[in-house]
Design a protein around this ligand. Structure first.
Ligand SMILES: Cc1ncc(COP(=O)(O)O)c(C=O)c1O
Length: 386
């Protein structure tokens, strides 16, 4: 065999969510798929129309690397109006290929070889992968299941050292649905600042917060070490369009825009048009999706409460319930049994890092009818194993 494959790339593990997805595909038949992390809705019509119009009228070329000014102004407007945070569209915002690229560039631009990236877990598995791709060491900080996976600033503080380049805070959180206490999050921002480290605030689910305010972490931090990552993927049902953004201090955003030029150049031009329409256009279809998620959240939380033997804190945001099934054994084995024998697919919690074992993530980005069928099947599993 000729030619090496780097340790950097080989060191990234395949996610167990993907493995469950493949298992479900192989099994086929009558399955309720509740492992999926994306809205089941199609993109609202007016957004699609904006993209079609743009493509027809020749907006099919490269845009500025940071994205069109029109889109950056729309992002800046949303951050100010909905999230209370001020970012200059000319210098402090960069449009990216989904939140994923923003996270990747944020870690590439802040972590050196040998640096550490602190990640409260259970967490979105790509943080660990992206830290490794930046040649940094991920440092997982397990949160306490008994406290509903609330952010524990003392634990995170203990994990921050002079080697820390960045702390990733994701609120509302995937997979737990937890909205972190604001003071706890600000405490982490302060601890990071004391060590000259950044906080990457992944706010992709903030538009789907059910019980509380939706202020960006950057709105309340009095230091300038917060990088906001967000996208149109979740709130606007636009996962396939691949448009997100990063907002932060000019000194970093200008450097990252340079890297952006060398990697993707810019997000798709028609995607940017669609994202602009999403952020500035008719909000009624967006509100309707939000209401549907809210109703599903209430339904799922009530059903889980009614099943003896499992439990989950009511999700405060995103579209996930993180269900403690530890009474029945290993989460991966349970997920496999639920898929193979009961026909309901959930994501094993251990795939989300330390603290996630013993739980399963249920995505309620699905119809009430499917949620009812899926929860009936989970209930049967529990009854059979009681
Ligand atoms: C916490 C979190 N951050 C980022 C992303 C990626 O979002 P995007 O589709 O905008 O790249 C996801 C997608 O599942 C996510 O759950």
């Amino acid at each position: 065999m000729t030619g090496q494959i780097t340790e950097r790339v080989r060191g990234v593990e395949r996610s167990s969510i993907r493995a469950m997805f493949d298992r479900a595909e192989r099994r086929g038949g009558d399955l309720v798929r509740l492992e999926v992390g994306e809205p089941d809705f199609d993109t609202p019509e007016h957004i699609v129309e904006a993209a079609v119009d743009a493509a027809r009228s020749g907006e099919t070329h490269y845009t500025p690397n940071a994205g069109t000014l029109e889109l950056r102004e729309a992002i800046s407007g949303k951050l100010a109006a909905d999230r209370g945070a001020t970012f200059d569209p000319e210098t402090e915002i960069m449009a990216t290929v989904g939140a994923m690229e923003a996270l990747h560039l944020a870690l590439l631009g802040t972590a050196e070889y040998g640096d550490e990236v602190v990640i409260p877990t259970p967490a979105y598995p790509n943080y660990e992968a992206q830290a490794k791709l930046a040649d940094a060491t991920p440092v997982n900080v397990p949160l306490d299941e008994e406290r509903g996976f609330e952010l524990d600033p003392d634990r995170v503080r203990d994990a921050i050292s002079e080697d820390t380049a960045a702390v990733v805070l994701n609120s509302p959180a995937n997979p737990t649905g937890r909205v972190f206490d604001r003071d706890a999050a600000l405490d982490v921002v302060a601890a990071a600042a004391e060590h000259d480290a950044w906080v990457v605030a992944d706010e992709v689910y903030m538009g789907l917060t059910y019980d509380g305010p939706t202020r960006s972490l950057a709105a309340d931090a009095d230091t300038d070490n917060v990088l906001v990552v967000d996208s149109v993927s979740k709130q606007y049902a636009m996962t396939g369009w691949r448009v997100g953004w990063l907002a932060g201090p000019e000194r970093l955003v200008s450097e990252l825009t340079k890297i952006h030029e060398a990697t993707t150049a810019c997000p798709s031009s028609v995607g940017q048009k669609a994202a602009t329409a999403a952020l500035t256009g008719d909000h009624d279809p967006i509100d309707a999706m939000y209401d549907a998620f809210h109703e599903r959240r209430d339904y799922v939380a009530d059903r889980i409460d009614d099943i003896d033997g499992i439990h989950a804190a009511a999700p405060e945001g995103a579209f996930y319930a993180f269900i403690d099934v530890s009474a029945f054994g290993d989460d991966l084995a349970i997920a496999e049994e639920l898929c193979d024998d009961y026909g309901v697919v959930l994501a094993p919690g251990s795939g989300f890092g330390p603290g996630g074992d013993g739980s399963l993530r249920l995505s309620f980005a699905n119809s009430l009818e499917n949620l009812e069928a899926g929860l009936d099947r989970i209930e049967s599993f529990v009854a059979d194993n009681a």
